[in-house]
Write a protein that binds this ligand. Sequence first.
Ligand code: ZN
Length: 383
Amino acid sequence: MRTLIQGVRVFTGEEALPGADVLIEDGRIGTPDGGRVDETVPGAGRTLLPGLIDAHVHVSDGSLEQALSYGVTTELDMFCLPDNLARQRRLAADRHDVADLRSSGVLATAPGGHPSQIMANVPPELGGEFDTVAGPGDAAAFVAARVAEGVDYLKVVIDHGTTAGADLPVLTPDTVAALTEAAHAAGLRVIAHAASAADTKIALDAGVDGLAHVPFDAAPEEATDLVARCAAENVFVVSTLVYVEWLSSGQANPAQTATPLHLDDAMTITGMLAGAGVRLLAGTDANLWHPQHGVSLHRELELLVQAGLTPTQALAAATSIPAATFDLTDRGRIAPGLRADLLLVEGDPTTDITATAAIAAVWRGGTRLTLPHGRPEVQVGPK
Ligand SMILES: [Zn+2]
């Protein structure tokens, strides 16, 4: 099967090119050669992008399917339990109509620490007991168990749950450092969940590679030093602004947030990170409830532009940058030989970011998705 997308504006993952032809052949992006074509797709007035990558989600049954229907071809899960992970990985391996998946598997938290209080409320097929880390002496065994499960990176949590009105047990700084050291020795990147400035500093002191959220329980004046350190130490940051928007909207379950969060502060810090040249990755924290898989990444891109990124920078944060950060060398860009994970939209999202939501077609590994209900409707922000 050879598909030719004709005369289309291309966002390569890094820059916009006017009027190109793109060939899809055997699941890969090919080089147009004037040879036989089985299907022609008109590209005039449209833009072809690499399939989007959401760099912070939590998968459950149905989420990979929903993600792909919104053009998210790869989801990076940041905590799920082994049975669920095995089930979702089978889907991603067997089916063309679901997003691909990478995962941290079980995250590292203190006994009774965040998100134990959330896991008490999930359905049985997603929940159950999970390993925790009581002190630095547990770090090596915890990481070895994750390596045995075949995880793609390690997630650590440093969060007292203050934004949920709780005072939860938390990993000590020496435990975070021991986990980071053990993960690096095993060749795994470490991504830290921290909400406050003080907890983010613990993560940076431990030498983590990335932050799973823009610090959303910090005031901009508290973040100046953290932003400078992320830039100097080449620490990446996953944005999750749509998650902060949800938590600050007043619509979240009262158990999820007790103290009002300030989206404007998180937006300001995001702008500071972008201005300092910190690597930003678009992520949503999509989960079983809100934000929702797939659709929320389009809102995240819009929030990133409102925070000060150019549309092109925001699109790179959802394509080439997460691919390079997580060694997904076969995707995230449009170039010959790469996986044909592609999103075709009406209009030009490199000048108007909201155009990503005007989905015309999605390909996953070269297979065009049949959209079950036509073009999916994208809800922008909380109602
Ligand atoms: Zn999360």
